[in-house]
Design a binder for this molecule. Structure first.
Ligand code: HEC
Length: 278
């Protein structure tokens, strides 16, 4: 860990940028995008959906080979089966979602006017289960990750389209998500932005840091390190641990707000989940 800090201090990019005061989300989105476009002029906008492989030709070839026989194929099969298997009451997930749940993941998370809350796809899956008398699933892996993977798969090619309506409740959650993203945390006192904005493209130990732009398009992800699929909130927990911060609760208010901001920042980028990663 000490080595990691030194690397970063040597890189010396800290503090080069301060989070702007609250502006309209659309303005912030434009700035966020153009920061990465300037930083990685060789990466076409649509290619940011590929995480670190969008900026690293060396590891890209290897990854493309992996994607030819995707390690998540079995999970997709399981997810599809679960998605179509009737609950005890005879209904299926399709009854809970628009368009029978096909091709809709690009609009999540969304702000729900009735409840005043932001709804992630995984939360909606569990709400559907509860409404049909089934027990909720765990949020980080297993059946939940497989169902979410399948629902993202049917949405491949559609553009991320998260809305922050002009409603003070939605704005408050967006703002909370933004502060989660820029807040320093853990013993290493680092924010998401420290690694995935200011140091995107730099190395941390053996890893090249991916740009935050496009982060959300390929989740859930099959990681060899996990030996399976994991949801975005599982990854958030892992990144919190990297800086020796205690992971927060998957689908708790903080990560939900973070996902709202983080996904909004990838608006206009194609959904290509599930993905495969080291
Ligand atoms: C100490 C540096 C560090 C911090 C701080 C950090 N991460 Fe990461 N993160 C990594 C590394 C290393 C990886 C794996 C390589 C990569 O894809 O960037 C990673 C991967 C990810 C990925 C997966 C990218 C992909 O394409 O699969 C996401 C999403 C992510 N981080 C989000 C976050 C968020 C949100 C935060 C703040 C809560 C955060 N990270 C904080 C180092 C960090």
């Amino acid at each position: 860990m000490k080595r990691l800090l030194t690397t970063i201090l040597v890189i010396g990019l800290f503090g080069a940028f301060t989070a702007p005061a609250m502006a309209a989300p659309e303005d912030e989105l434009k700035k966020f995008r153009s920061y990465f476009e300037k930083r990685f002029p060789k990466t076409p906008f649509n290619d940011f959906i590929n995480g670190v492989y969008s900026i690293d030709p060396a590891s890209r070839a290897q990854w493309e080979e992996i994607e030819e026989f995707p390690p998540y194929e079995l999970n997709l099969d399981k997810g599809k089966k679960l998605f179509n298997t009737p609950f005890a009451n005879g209904k299926t997930y399709a009854s809970c979602f628009e368009n029978g749940g096909e091709g809709i993941a690009n609009r999540y998370p969304f702000f729900d006017k009735d409840s005043g809350k932001v709804v992630t796809l995984e939360a909606a899956i569990n709400t559907c289960r509860s409404a049909n008398g089934e027990k909720p699933l765990k949020y980080k892996k297993g059946a939940m990750a497989d169902i979410s993977a399948y629902m993202h798969y049917t949405t491949r090619g559609k553009l991320t389209n998260v809305e922050v309506p002009n409603d003070p409740r939605a704005m408050a959650i967006y703002k909370e998500g933004k502060s989660q993203f820029y807040a320093k945390r853990g013993q290493m006192n680092m924010s998401c932005a420290d690694c995935h904005v200011y140091n995107a493209g730099n190395k941390i130990r053996a890893d090249l840091l991916s740009p935050a732009l496009g982060h959300t398009t390929h989740f859930p992800v099959y990681r060899s390190k996990w030996g399976g699929m994991g949801t975005l909130h599982r990854r958030y927990g892992g990144c919190n641990k990297q800086v020796r911060a205690k992971p927060l609760k998957a689908q708790g208010p903080e990560y939900t707000a973070l996902e709202y901001f983080h996904t909004y920042m990838s608006n206009g980028l194609e959904i290509n989940g599930p993905g495969a990663r080291k």
